[in-house]
Design a protein around this ligand. Structure first.
Ligand SMILES: [Zn+2]
Length: 101
């Protein structure tokens, strides 16, 4: 399972890095951020949102590599997110209930 999760994280990281390069090249990426579910925090510019999302990926990868038990759990309520959800979104760090906080 963890090899597949690591692949998912790497793939997501590549997508984000490509978008960040686009932003820095002056291309419009805001609509894509919405499609990819990159919310960031209120008031962030697209570049900041992408750097924030890349940081999240990096943190999840570090947890995964360390075999940390908090990987795959909601950071708010600690519920296990489950293999199905993580298979879709290996970088998930929130459950449904807390996804939009
Ligand atoms: Zn939760």
């Amino acid at each position: 399972m963890s090899a597949r999760l690591r692949q998912g994280l790497l793939k997501r990281g590549r997508v984000l890095a490509t978008l960040l390069a686009d932003v820095l090249a002056g291309k419009p990426v805001a609509p894509k951020l919405g499609t990819l579910g990159i919310a960031g925090k209120p008031g962030m510019r697209p570049e900041e949102k992408l750097r924030w999302a890349l940081d999240q990926i990096e943190q999840r990868r570090a947890l995964l590599d360390a075999g940390d038990d908090s990987f795959g759990r909601c950071e708010i309520c600690d519920v296990d997110l489950g293999d199905a959800a993580l298979g879709e979104m290996a970088w998930a760090d929130r459950c449904q209930a807390h996804a939009h906080l």
